[in-house]
Design a protein around this ligand. Structure first.
Ligand SMILES: Cc1ncc(C[n+]2csc(CCOP(=O)(O)OP(=O)(O)O)c2C)c(N)n1
Length: 320
């Protein structure tokens, strides 16, 4: 596949931005700023960046509890994201939803359910609405390898296939579901792509440490979906670098295996590719880092200064 320079640099910008955001989030959590848990997606960024580089205006997105940096890729500002994460006014639910409940209808961000996979049939419903409206917009529905074993995933895939709905199911296979390895939780090698076959859904398995492999797979599948052929499954193989949540020491896994995956760092690999092919220089990288860090810092400082929601707003947006 050939790539324009603009596409390559956009993808690098997103990958870098996602990495720096995920790293700052770990620091903020360690300093006690973040209420609740965070599930770091550091090391898994290419599975999101490569897929999201194929998006078009009007597409819809269902993310997960991990890689919250992806919200920025689809247009939410760091101010907005950090206000919600830190429980402050200025977030999408003025801080009452927190890190696991970032949503924005205007940007096509559907939001996520606390019960894993509860949001996948909802995403299929959104894709049904897109189909009724006509046009070629699609839903990007991300979830993890462990989540593929939930019953609702199968009901959702079945109806998406029967009704030929415009939805891409992206299975981010980071090899772990808390302390259960993918092979202990599922008897087939590819928990997403392997199961797609049972619903007559086409699929691809890509190297989640290589943003171009992810992009190529996602481009082929999204073109197929946009042409009206129905859903597809993309399974991206990567590795969860950190514990399930911050504080989980991940003693249940082999540190040597983890080290091997760290060597396949998606950001470093892509940076090397761009430098070798003379798309960027060391000076460009340094400049981009400074700009991204400044944007993240502005988001954090804004949210630190923002006020907490007042008590009299506690029942706002509650539906009974
Ligand atoms: C129905 C349900 N069961 C269990 C949980 C607790 N839980 C939260 S994240 C998680 C692991 C999910 O693993 P996976 O889908 O592979 O995603 P990953 O965390 O690896 O990104 C579990 C079991 C939950 N939120 N909902």
């Amino acid at each position: 596949m050939s790539y324009s320079k603009e596409l390559l640099l956009d993808m690098y910008q997103c990958l870098l931005s996602d990495r720096l955001m995920e790293e700052r989030l770990i620091e903020l959590y360690a300093q006690g700023w973040v209420p609740g848990h965070i599930h770091s997606g550091v090391g898994e960024e290419a599975s999101y960046t490569g897929v999201l580089a194929t998006r078009k205006e009007g597409d819809q997105f269902k993310f997960t509890h991990r890689n919250v940096s992806a919200y920025h890729d689809v247009g939410l500002t760091y101010r907005h994201i950090f206000c919600e994460i830190l429980g402050k006014m200025g977030g999408n639910s003025d801080g009452k939803g927190g890190i696991n409940h970032i949503a924005d209808k205007g940007k096509g961000i559907i939001g996520i359910s606390g019960a894993l996979a509860g949001d996948i049939p909802i995403s299929v419903g959104v894709s049904y609405a897109l189909k009724m409206q006509g046009g070629n917009n699609i839903v990007y529905c991300f979830f993890g390898d462990g989540t593929t074993s939930r019953g609702t995933v199968h009901e959702a895939m079945n109806w998406a296939s029967v009704w030929k709905l415009p939805i891409l199911f992206i299975v981010n296979n980071n090899q772990w579901s808390i302390s259960t390895s993918a092979s202990e939780g599922c008897s087939i090698e590819n928990p997403g792509a392997g199961r797609a076959a049972g619903y007559n859904i086409i699929s691809k398995v890509v190297d989640g440490t290589d943003v171009l492999s992810v992009y190529d797979g996602a481009k082929e599948l999204t073109d197929y979906i946009r042409a009206g052929n129905g859903p597809a499954v993309l399974e991206s193989k990567c590795y969860r670098w950190r514990g399930h949540f911050e504080g989980d020491m991940a003693r249940y896994r082999d540190s040597k295996v983890a080290e091997e995956w760290h060597k396949k760092d998606c950001l470093k690999k892509f940076e090397q590719y761009l430098k070798e092919n003379k798309y960027i220089t060391d000076a460009d990288v340094e400049k981009m880092k400074i700009d991204v860090e400044a944007e993240i810092q502005d988001g954090i400082e804004t949210s630190e200064k923002a006020s907490q929601p007042s008590l009299d707003t506690i029942y706002n947006n509650l539906y009974v």
